[in-house]
Write a protein that binds this ligand. Sequence first.
Ligand SMILES: [Zn+2]
Length: 230
Amino acid sequence: MIKRWLQAAADVVMPRVCSACQHELGADEQWLCRRCLAQLPLTHLDEQPFNAMEQLFAGKTPVERATAYFYYDKASPYAGILHDIKYRDMPRLGRWLAERAMRQMPAFAADVDAVVPVPLHSDKLISRGYNQSLYIAQGIARATGAKVVQALKAVRPHSTQTHLSAHERWHNIQHVYALAPGMERRLAGKHLLLVDDVVTTGSTLEVCARWLNTIPAVTVSLFTLAMARQ
Ligand SMILES: [Zn+2]
């Protein structure tokens, strides 16, 4: 009751808005309004064998299963969610959505031992203040009880690379990540869920999954909040 009253008072001072439609939220709504939440374009990829996301990695590196929570394209109001999570200091929105996603598809990560976020280089971590993928991993951990393990590190800054060809980009990204010390032993034989905010070409996830697949007898699955619609 007091919490609700405080929220209502805070909303008068600085109204919270829906990350998708930008309309003011009611006291009982958080992050997204009821309407945008109901219309979130869910992928349901977890229900499809050899789905479109799993196909991105076929013949590249072993992936047990892969899913994204919702579809995303730049013109959609739902792009606002990813923008808020990544650039507008709202990583807790990512944690909240990831927890919600996992509660809606409990079978997907039921046998996962550890949730591994795609890492952010320390330069970026300082300028942004947080790694949104770590928050997404925490949301999954809340729903599944699996541990968050920061098994990967970003050893080089990841430039935006918009001026590079797909091949050059791929070549550049190879050496951005590495396995954190001691992980071969700690995670041997485990089922790992590698998580990120968005999947587009899949090259970041592929490089990270390749590193995880160097751990003995490991199984790697993938989850992202959003998948870019072609
Ligand atoms: Zn809305």
